[in-house]
Design a binder for this molecule. Structure first.
Ligand code: EPZ
Length: 418
């Protein structure tokens, strides 16, 4: 798929933000632990969610969309414990069935996951956690195998506050007798959403959102109806769009607290930001100023908004610095931005961006989801037409992208083309 972007229009209007991709994906996997039917509201209808639902079907679950964004999931007593490689290779979040199936069935067989090529993305912390909980874990023909041996609550320290490892360990531990203490846990809002969902199912998870999470095992989980939190990365992308294209954009149905790191940076570069109860307005009134960004685990600046911010900083007066501390290969977008006239030097984990007067539309390619979003933003500000190929990568994470963008005055169109 190609996304064609005609640059030069400033943006004006309101965008309703969808449910969070990175919460919906883990909640869908976690629904496999529930007994009976689970209803999830505010689920974004995006490619990654559809793939995660294919996996639910493949392990024996029934899935039904109700209305726009409500899902009903019913998992039978007997589940498949192996997920198909053809599906697992499509997205990183397939690995979240490791903890869910381990908790529900006492075993799991998960192909090493696919997803954005932004780094090696090993699974060592996931495996260390499950092993400490008493699972036999190992690699077998490209699959992670976990089988319950002597399950017991355990103290687990994460060398890095990995989001996925925190989620998999939390899920695996909820039905293990005793107390599990997870130290140096990830604190992302999506972790808090997962803990709230598990507790709504009858689990006993305390401390989510801090670096110390405690889980009291319970025999089994029930069912529930639950609403997914808004997507802070989607919201941030539209906020940055207002900065790069000019104009005034309001994102609605957001949790302002989740966007504090970005709000601070957008004010740094000279944008006006008004935060209300559940909406944030970003207005561009003058030129953009250079700044420095270091990505960090939450509540630091989110790595998923690093590429979109790089696009913005290409047009900021002065020299900006970005240090990427979470992934080791997340500057691929720089080469594509340079094809549009950007001046970026990458050395290891650091990118130095010299602001330029203008970007020029070009034929470029999305290398991963957030890089694709960044190139879409650059196209909004560039002179002339930008053609982004592999644009299906962008659709993976942004619900109704074209509709939302054209609704605020952007000229974008997707075409089926190589
Ligand atoms: C989640 O990925 C998100 N994906 C990512 O969003 C996000 O960028 C990332 O968290 C960080 O916030 C989903 O939630 C589906 P990590 P995850 O484990 O869980 C290293 C997007 O664009 N690590 O926190 O895979 C790893 O290599 C996506 O929406 C280990 O070393 O991220 C990386 O350098 C992209 N060993 C760092 O930790 C492990 O066992 C952070 O990874 C696990 C991770």
């Amino acid at each position: 798929m190609k996304l064609i972007v005609e640059g030069g229009n400033s943006l004006h209007g309101r965008v309703r933000i969808s449910g969070a991709k990175n919460s919906a994906l883990v909640l869908i996997a976690a629904s496999a632990i529930a007994r009976g039917e689970v209803t999830l509201d505010n689920v974004p209808k995006i490619a990654d969610v559809e793939t995660q639902l294919e996996i639910i079907r493949a392990i024996g679950g029934r899935v039904e969309w109700q209305g726009e964004n409500t899902l009903r999931l019913a998992l039978p007593d007997e589940l498949e414990v192996a997920i198909p490689y053809q599906l697992a290779k499509k997205l990183r979040a397939s690995n979240l069935f490791l903890g869910a199936l381990a908790a529900r069935c006492g075993e799991a067989r998960i192909p090493l996951p696919g997803g954005c090529n932004i780094g090696s993305r090993p699974m060592d912390l996931h495996l260390k956690g499950l092993s400490l909980l008493g699972f036999d874990v190992g690699l077998d023909h490209g699959c992670i195998k976990a089988r319950a041996r002597r399950l017991k609550g355990s103290n687990i320290y994460l060398d890095f506050p990995s989001v996925g490892a925190t989620e998999n360990i939390m899920m695996a531990a909820v039905t293990i007798p005793g107390t599990t203490v997870l130290e140096n846990a990830a604190k992302e809002p999506e972790i808090v959403d997962l803990a709230s969902f598990l507790n709504a199912l009858g689990a006993k998870v305390r401390g989510a959102g801090t670096d110390l999470v405690k889980i009291e095992g319970v025999p089994e989980l029930g069912c529930t109806r639950f609403s997914v939190i808004p997507d802070r990365i989607e919201a941030g992308t539209y906020m940055i769009a207002a900065g790069i294209a000019g104009g005034e954009v309001t994102v609605e149905s957001v949790i302002v607290k989740h966007l504090q790191p970005l709000i601070a940076k957008l004010q740094d570069v000279g944008l006006e930001v008004d935060a209300g109860e559940e909406a944030i307005t970003v207005r561009r009134t003058g030129e953009l100023r250079a700044t420095e960004i270091k990505t960090l685990p939450y509540p630091g600046f989110p790595t998923d908004l690093q590429s979109p911010m790089m696009a913005l900083l290409c047009l900021a007066k002065g020299t900006s610095i970005i240090v990427e501390n979470v992934f080791e290969n997340r500057f691929q977008v720089a080469d594509e931005l340079k094809r549009m006239g950007a001046r970026i030097r990458v050395k290891g984990h650091t990118a130095v961006i010299e602001g330029v007067e203008r970007l020029l539309g070009a034929q470029i390619k999305a290398t991963d989801l957030r890089a694709g979003a960044a190139l879409m933003l650059a196209g909004l500000a560039a002179e002339g037409k930008t053609e982004i190929c592999q644009a299906e990568l962008i659709a993976r994470g942004y619900e109704k992208l074209e509709e939302k963008l054209t609704g605020i005055g952007a000229r974008v169109e997707s075409i089926q083309a190589p």
